[in-house]
Design a binder for this molecule. Sequence first.
Ligand SMILES: [Zn+2]
Ligand SMILES: [Zn+2]
Length: 198
Amino acid sequence: MSQPTPAQFGDDRLPVRFWKKVNVQPGGCWQWTAVRTQDGYPKFRYDGEMARAHRLSYALLRSAIPAGLALDHLCRNRACVNPAHLEPVTSRENTLRGDSGVARNATKTHCENGHEFTPENTRMYRGSRVCRECRRQVGREQKHLRWRVSELNDAIAKAVTALREMQALEPDHIKAAQLYEIELRLRHAAGTQDEVAA
Ligand SMILES: [Zn+2]
Ligand SMILES: [Zn+2]
């Protein structure tokens, strides 16, 4: 409120590694993509200490947070670090606004990743709303991960074969043992350490 122009994404009062963890959403939320607290608030290591990223963003890009005040997410998206979406309030006020528990869940308009709960994007599951876009993203990530794992396993299998050939050609038994050690590590990484050598 004290600031005439809203803070810009990428502002150099925050380090580059901060911005690398932020994803700008169509709705204007600056979505935190890195570590969060158990209750969903963004975490960021700054000045050697673990800080809440949204508080840091507000304090550095907007103004100091008065002692004892919490920051309310006006966008109802706890992972958002856009200082324009934050407002200092007493913690009692924050609770009354429904920032925790059932009240919050029923009134929030966006999922915790900043996708809007439109009828098309919402599915009910055991009485709570589930964001379809998040489900799709998780599905895509899992698919990508499975593909990465199979690529890695292929690469490891090739490396193990090459090591076997080197061991067979290696007259020095210490070197051969070292190569075998590497083979074991590779097999362990691939999750095939219990396989009987073919
Ligand atoms: Zn927001
Ligand atoms: Zn979502």
